[in-house]
Design a protein around this ligand. Sequence first.
Ligand code: B12
Length: 290
Amino acid sequence: MYSIKQVSERLDIPAVTIRAWENRYNVVTPKRTEGGHRLYSEKDVETLKWIKKQVHEKDMKISDAVRLLQDSAQEPVTPPSENDKFSELKDQLYTALINLDSQKANQLADLAFSLYDYEEVFHHIMVKVLYKVGDEWETGAISVAQEHFSSQFIINRCSQFLRVLPVNPLHPKILAFCPEGEHHQIGLMIFSLFLKKKGHDVIYLGPNTPLEGLADLIKMKDISVVAISLTNPDPVGKVEDWIRTTLKMDPSLKFIVGGSCIKDCPKIESKSVTYSLGSDWDEWYEAFMR
Ligand code: B12
């Protein structure tokens, strides 16, 4: 049997996350020592390892991973693929986009939104299509024009949702931007959608935003949380300095930094700064925004 510290070290999952998965989703129910400390069996460890894999490597939402686990009768070895139901639409949308066929692509997107929750459509269809576009673009199988058409299509669809979702003026305000030099904005848009769905007013500045002047905007607009997206590692150092300076100015601010270069970039050790490595948004929201 293992303590939470041992499990945390072995699986590289923070103890706070393991506790949250237990309390919120009943992922595992460890035994307790007489003193009330958690004791995990080998099976518990395997289950947690499987959940981590779904969430961090396959980009699945924790709630979906738990549902899968339950559906597969506690057999974490060969769980069904949650993406199967999306695969046809995903393939068709990909084909329509690389054929630059906006009518067909819009029809497919409309169909997807009518069948599934819009967040599911973005995470399981649109994002996956973009990853495929990226892979094919990298190998030279598709052109820059096809890539631009695809990303612009998805940006347009995402903007429509961002525009129409209602805002609760009592909820903390959020500033979202990609720093200067960062043009990849779709991840940030999808995260902004997540926050807007919860009723937050998100001031979305989009790609390639100069850091100068943002501190004034934060004060002026009474911002509580700053969301930053980084794919390209070049602006990381500048962003880090800016976060440190801005935090000195207002220590109550919270930062969340996400995007595909986060895995390898240096991190600021501060309770006020969260680095999002995957679909851990619900957890972050529970911890910081409730
Ligand atoms: C579309 C695209 C572009 C478009 C961007 C359009 C736009 N306005 O966004 C354009 C054409 C501008 C572009 C340019 C470039 N691109 Co590009 N691009 C892509 C592509 C195909 C899709 C990116 C995308 O939107 N993915 C979907 C989103 C949703 O995924 P994501 O960003 O990872 O976001 C997820 C998480 O990371 C997270 N997240 C992201 N941001 C945030 C923020 C917060 C706060 C949180 C909590 C979470 C979070 O949430 C999302 C959902 O899970 C990728 C391929 C790929 N595999 O991603 C290449 C890719 C990212 N690009 C790449 C490259 C190399 C470039 C260029 C350097 C190419 C060039 N030679 O010019 C330039 C750089 C431009 C720049 N300075 O930023 C590489 C990056 C390699 C690397 N890691 O360095 C990739 C991986 C392609 C490849 N396979 O080589 N690109």
